[in-house]
Unconditional design. Sequence first.
Length: 474
Amino acid sequence: MAYNFVAADRDQLMLMPPSVADWLPEDHLAWFVLDVVAELDLSAFYAVYRLDGRGGAAYDPRIMLAVLIYAYCTGERSSRRIEKRLIEDVAFRVVAANQRPDHATVARFRANHETAVAGLFGQALAVCARADLLRPGLIAVDGTKLAANASRDANRTATQIAEQILAEAAATDAAEDVAAVEAEQGEPVNTLRERNGRRAKLRKLLDELEGEAAQKSYESHLARRAEIEAATGKPIRGRRPSPGSSTHKSRGQANLTDPDSRLLKTKGGYVQGYNAQAVATQDQFVIAAEVTNCAHDAPAYAPMVKAAKQNLRSAGEKRRVRKVVADAGYWSTENANLIGVESFIAPGRARELSRIAEIDQQRSEILDRVEAGQIDTLEASEQLGVTRARVNQLLRRRRGGDPDPLTTIMIAKLNTPRGRRTYNKRAASIEPVFAQIKHNRQLRTLTRRGLAAANSEWKLICATHNLMKAYRLA
């Protein structure tokens, strides 16, 4: 008896349908990406190409952009792996119309069109708005740390950078001496541009560290206080700055590989990277995305809310942002009182809210005793563990019509049924966005270097996140 195997003929002339339209099912993600790219305004991409047709033929930006978007949708960002997929992967070949740009072409396209790629986020958001997928009445703000394309071992202090500049200068002088001898002997001379460029880069880093240290110094802080007092004619109230305060400590080191990145603290330790901020709706659509190198989230609250409103208006969304929820990392007086929205920000970790409320209640009772004349401000400062200036500040605030601390007011607000119902939507709105990006799509790092490049890549990541959700809901 003969074996019953499926026949396989390697000399068969046609293994696939003659038209690429038949290579993939109609509901495949590749077709959705091509349909979206066909609706985008790509004038910013075409603007950098010559209109006279001279020079070597370039790949159509519409093809290159479709490849880039589809690659990010599938979690593929390496230009070399994209080049490989353009040969081996049927979906990539369909998106690229069977063209095969090499890895250098893909990398250059992504770098040369950095600003235009960042602008795709707004256009992708407009696609979602036209499909009526956005519900911006309640939004959630949060940030996540993403590793930069740089090692933390490449960090150097100002002293180390200065020493390296001297070493580079000595090496350059020695190389120039050798070059002069070779020139006299008629031998070819090697240029020193790379070495000199590295020294200029080190000098720039050193100037940045020294400038930041001077700006945050104790003397600079005293000078700014003197200017304010001279302009207002009144002394600044409150505790005077001290030379050893952490406020006057500047960044002690800079990264040689990616100077814009910072050493950020995460749950698993420290990472050399960026703080990626995002604003999401209840349906987990990202409506604002920005990258900062600030370790703290609170300064990004107002800019992210403003960016979300602007993006929604540009996308044609008529509904307004009314409520914003954020975790304790965004807690500040300015954020809690942000005009134009109702903020629901936890003034501390969930398990610490009851303790914070108790402390605020004890503070109110002590201040009540001061106002009743039972104790003086000195005794109150000892019981509260603060200075007398701080006690006087709290008393003035109470006399001005704000008897309760803002933390007490916010805790009471979050403890109502409406407050609990609203704040409980925070985690379900924003946390799955980061889980989809970092866990499911394995996008835990930023491959581009520099703040502007990292911001462009983060916007592309969030834009493809929105497109993937729109594709699943279509």
